[in-house]
Write a protein that binds this ligand. Structure first.
Ligand code: MG
Length: 161
């Protein structure tokens, strides 16, 4: 029987703008969206993996993703962000916590998330070792995201001691 004091919640946020480089793949939740413009970033710019990592680090009070994987470090250039997320899950586990679940909202005009949702859920859940939900939301043409200039991801994560 768990006590509420054994539970912690964390929030993660990330935003990346679309790249002008046609060779850059779009990767979200470890899934490559062929034919869609990629996102700018030091790593593979997987904003879903980044926001999940930040939510987990926040839940257990271990800082943020920029502190663990600085974008000034050439080791993380072009990095597979699902590998970074796996490293964060290991940090969480080593600190004595297990992930209960994660829920992600991906806000963008494109790509459409729904057709790839099952793959994203499967990849993320496998790496995290707990259920991960993914929801796609459009920005209704409002603001930079509504003009398809980038992708925003918001995540909550629950962990248990
Ligand atoms: Mg990021």
């Amino acid at each position: 029987m768990s006590d509420a004091t054994d539970l912690r919640i964390g929030h993660g946020f990330d935003v990346h703008r679309f790249s002008d480089d046609p060779a850059r793949p779009l990767v979200l939740g470890g899934v490559v969206f062929d034919g869609e413009p990629g996102l700018e970033g030091h790593s593979d710019a997987d904003a879903v993996a980044h926001a999940c990592a930040d939510a987990l680090l926040g839940a257990v009070g271990l800082g943020d993703i920029g502190e663990h994987f600085p974008d000034s470090d050439p080791r993380w250039a072009g990095a597979d962000s699902m590998v970074l997320l796996a490293s964060v899950v290991a940090l969480v586990t080593d600190a004595g916590w297990r992930v209960v679940n994660i829920d992600c909202s991906v806000v963008c005009e494109r790509p459409r998330i729904a057709p790839r949702r099952a793959e994203m859920v499967e990849r993320l859940s496998a790496v995290v070792g707990a259920p991960v939900g993914v929801k796609g939301n459009r920005a209704e043409k409002l603001g930079a995201i509504g003009r398809s200039e980038g992708v925003v991801v918001m995540v909550v994560a629950l962990v248990q001691r």
